[in-house]
Ligand binder design. Structure first.
Ligand SMILES: [Zn+2]
Length: 675
């Protein structure tokens, strides 16, 4: 299709579908690239119009005008990323590169537009004359801040240097991931029949598949986390565990052309320089400035507060596991390759929890109904099936109603298939907004559950279902004017609050009694099984918390301090100062810390998982204090102050409105069994 003739391209036309959902049945892969090109050009022309305006810049003629640009582009981008993540193919994989490079150029075009920034700056200066409401004031602040943080306020050499650093960081980040992938791909270990006989059948199946994927006839162990972790848990051969463990922790640290240590060092130096150009003391200060945590000191305070109790439990567990190892006649200190193995044995002994007997109680359809029922009791929502063409036959859709009025469309795409990337996520194909036009959100939950055995889930899967549905509620209940602050458009360390919070409703006996029913007998989940599940959820938390915190401390300090000459030496020093038990390694050591070095998403941000956990435990305690998990007053306050509010205020202000104070970590420490 030539670029000139796009009159029939459905991505560019009006969508006359129900709720204006993307007309997936008429969109083909070849429509994307030309539509993207055209929509980007049109969006830039719309921006040009704003600059051409000779009138004094106002919120309306500059900020609202800017928010009205690129609407067709937004629609194309959200449609494309929905199918590229959930249902990809070779063409879509190629298009991913096209999209990321085009969109990055497009953003640079907008954020480096000096005339546009000058107008925005002027709106900020004269805002007292504009009579802005609270939400408009917030939107203005966020947009101005985004420009400043992207280097728009820099001049001359500093501006050029900033852009140069951004480009370099993108290249280095990509190389870091590629090195890691190559190291993971190249290493594998063949396993003989004798070893295989000692491993559980699910693991043997997975090892066989890994062998086939590598064109080897025998089952092989690779460095994928989903194979290594169970291997370390179940392989009784200590020598093999040692070989596997060492290969695993050396990913990215093998030198040569794939040296991630060097790349991490360059990254840290460039990030520090970038932060200084913008006037921040360190990259950590720059990064945390827009987060709820607000400062490195606050992050350090939380990490330290949890470290003590976690380390204490870990030391106690280390002694226990060491004595189990002695019973095996191994007269050595417990090592990194021993912990998971003895912990697994201990779990079997102490909890007597057999995954296989739990599973028949967790059927997908019942659990979907459980999420809907909880949303009905808490927020008065109803879910009515909606029959529309989507991008895959597995997708199911519902209209979300409240008092008879449609307030959202919810789509569930639950089953795993080769065309779907791994993991689970929630995204909005369209966010809630009232400007420039009223629009209801279209929200999608994507999971990777097995469709085998009539779609019965593990307890962890059920937790994932509730987690993603919690994100969905954040979008569905959003009630703001501007799309830029709608739903989950909040700080990274705040975004997991609604999702992690909603997981608590899965653990309620009243919910499980109604919805966890045996798929054959219809019997409800026995009480003992329920309490075993709940107790087992705090098992080995000393280990899990310390290995996580060790990585979080290293991430924080490396981005806070002057870049050390030898970052691995500094990493060792940090661990030494923390007095981490020698049998516990870091969850991610620098050379394979992809969260932090493949891109900047979690740079100086690895703490945010725990930050959110502090809030979800503390927030659920509000329902416990009311002695009713469906207490209408608490639910109403949760909706008004957190779920409906999106990013319309600083997260700390929103949280205080809900809870009357800032979150207190003690509920989380207790929930992890570390008290
Ligand atoms: Zn999440």
């Amino acid at each position: 299709m030539a670029l000139s003739d796009q009159s029939q391209n459905p991505l560019l036309g009006k969508w006359e579908t129900q709720h204006e959902i993307a007309p997936f049945n008429v969109i083909y892969d070849e429509h994307f690239q030309p539509a993207l090109e055209i929509a980007c050009s049109e969006a830039l022309l719309e921006v040009e119009e704003i600059i051409k305006n000779r009138n004094e810049p106002t919120f309306e003629n500059t900020i609202e005008a800017l928010l009205s640009t690129g609407q067709v582009l937004d629609r194309i981008v959200s449609t494309f990323y929905t199918i590229a993540g959930a249902h990809t193919n070779k063409k879509r994989d190629e298009l991913l590169l096209v999209f990321s490079s085009k969109l990055s150029d497009h953003n640079t075009n907008i954020y480096s537009n000096t005339e546009l920034f000058d107008r925005i700056d002027r709106v900020v200066e004269t805002k007292h004359l504009n009579g802005l409401d609270q939400e408009q004031d917030r939107v203005l602040k966020l947009i101005h801040r985004n420009f400043v943080r992207s280097g728009a306020a820099l001049k001359g050499q500093n501006k050029t240097r900033f852009q140069d650093i951004s480009k370099q960081l993108a290249v280095i980040g990509t190389k870091f991931s590629q090195n890691l992938l190559s190291d993971e791909r190249d290493w594998f270990m063949k396993l003989n029949q004798e070893t295989l006989e000692l491993l559980p059948s699910f693991l043997v199946e997975a090892l066989k598949q890994a062998g086939q994927e590598r064109g080897v006839n025998d089952p092989v162990l690779t460095l994928s986390r989903s194979l290594i972790t169970p291997f370390l848990q179940f392989c009784p051969d200590r020598e093999l565990r040692k070989i596997a463990y060492i290969a695993w922790i050396k990913r990215g640290a093998n030198g040569g052309t794939r040296d991630n240590v060097k790349l991490a060092h360059q990254t840290l130096k460039l990030r520090a320089e970038m932060a200084k150009l913008l006037g921040f003391e360190s990259y950590s200060h720059y990064k945390l400035d827009t987060e709820m945590a607000a400062s490195p000191e606050n992050v350090e305070k939380l990490l330290k507060k949890v470290w003590g109790p976690a380390r204490k439990v870990a030391i106690r567990d280390e002694a226990h596991l060491t004595s189990m190892m002695r019973d095996d006649d191994v007269n050595d200190t417990l090592k990194g390759w021993d912990w998971r193995f003895y912990a697994e044995r201990r779990r079997l002994k102490e909890y007597d929890l057999d995954e296989e007997s739990v599973k028949p109680f967790f059927q997908l359809d019942n659990l979907i109904n459980a999420t809907f029922k909880c949303a009905a009791k808490l927020f008065g929502l109803e879910f009515s099936p909606l029959d529309i063409p989507l991008y895959h036959e597995d997708c199911r859709a519902w209209t979300v109603l409240r008092k008879g009025k449609s307030i959202a469309v919810f789509i569930g795409d639950y089953f795993s298939r080769p065309s779907k990337r791994s993991g689970a996520w929630c995204s909005a194909m369209r966010s809630q907004a009232k400007f420039p036009n009223e629009q209801i959100p279209i929200v999608i939950n994507v999971c990777n559950f097995s469709r085998l055995d009539n779609a019965i889930l593990s307890f962890e899967d059920a937790r994932t279902l509730f987690h993603e549905f919690g994100h969905a509620l954040h979008q569905i209940l959003s009630d703001v004017t501007y799309d830029i602050i709608s739903g989950t458009s909040v700080a990274r360390d705040f975004v997991e609050l609604p999702s992690q919070l909603f997981e608590h409703w899965l653990e309620l006996p009243e919910v499980l009694k109604e919805f966890a029913r045996h798929c054959e007998t219809g019997e409800t989940l026995p009480e003992e099984m329920l309490s075993s599940i709940l107790e087992a959820s705090t098992f080995d938390m000393g280990f899990q918390t310390t290995e996580y915190l060790a990585s979080a401390f290293v991430d924080l300090y490396l981005h806070l301090e002057e870049t050390p000459v030898d970052i691995l030496e500094r990493q060792d020093q940090i661990l030494h100062q923390l007095k981490i038990p020698s049998s516990i390694g870091m969850r991610h050591s620098v050379p394979h810390f992809a969260h932090v070095f493949s891109g900047s998403g979690y740079a100086s941000g690895y703490y945010s998982y725990m930050w959110s956990e502090v809030m979800d435990a503390d927030a659920f305690a509000a329902f416990e204090e009311a002695k009713d998990p469906f207490d209408p007053v608490v639910a109403k306050s949760l909706e008004k102050n957190i779920l409906a509010a999106g990013g319309s205020e600083e997260p700390a202000i929103l949280y205080k409105r809900f809870r009357g104070r800032l979150p207190d970590p003690s509920a989380m420490i207790k929930a992890r069994g570390l008290n």
